[in-house]
Write a protein of this length. Structure first.
Length: 192
């Protein structure tokens, strides 16, 4: 699943970037700073550049792309709270971003928190990928590979959605076992 998520990340980042570039003037300070962020290899320096971009270009058409860069830094560092924070920022700016939907759905489910949101986002990702199946392959992408890629991505999105649903079902079942008359001793529910 990790390999599939990385492939999906690359795919979604590429296509988000293509549409974003059509909205940013080449050679502009905004474009130059984004290029600098993309090329930066130091996570700390990249986060500083992201903060700078956010301050300098708060209404940028590519701010969601910049936030995706931040989610990747925090993902690599294992800082789930910040990754989720920036993933939500991406969706506030681009509600159709499949990468953010899948990332958030998966991580909410892993945390066992915000499971209704995890399921909602997982379903939206599945639906969005299904609707993409009728779209023509992107320029330079062979039709067979595009269809195979979409199937793999749809499978990943469905797995994430199923996982979120399973975690929610498990939590609901556990809460039924722990009745209101139970007490907790050292974090373990004990029924009276």
């Amino acid at each position: 699943m990790r390999v599939t998520m990385v492939r999906l990340w690359i795919f979604c980042s590429f296509f988000t970037g293509v549409s974003a570039w059509s909205q940013v003037r080449a050679g502009s300070p905004e474009s130059a700073l984004f290029d600098q962020i993309s090329a930066e290899t130091s996570p700390d320096a990249k986060l500083e550049l992201i903060g700078s971009f956010e301050r300098q270009f708060p209404s940028s058409k590519i701010l969601s792309r910049v936030y995706l860069e931040a989610t990747q830094v925090y993902r690599d560092r294992g800082v789930r709270e910040k990754m989720i924070e920036y993933g939500e920022k991406v969706l506030r700016l681009d509600e159709t971003n499949i990468t953010a939907m899948m990332l958030l759905s998966r991580n909410y489910a892993i945390d066992g928190k915000n499971l209704d949101r995890a399921i909602e986002l997982g379903q939206r990702a599945v639906d969005r990928l299904a609707s993409s199946a009728t779209d023509p392959a992107p320029v330079g992408y062979p039709d067979e590979k595009w269809k195979a890629y979409l199937r793999t991505s749809q499978d990943s999105a469905q797995q994430i959605l199923d996982y979120a649903k399973a975690i929610k079902a498990r939590n609901e079942a556990a809460s039924k076992v722990a009745t209101p008359s139970s007490t907790t001793v050292a974090g373990t529910p004990t029924v009276k």
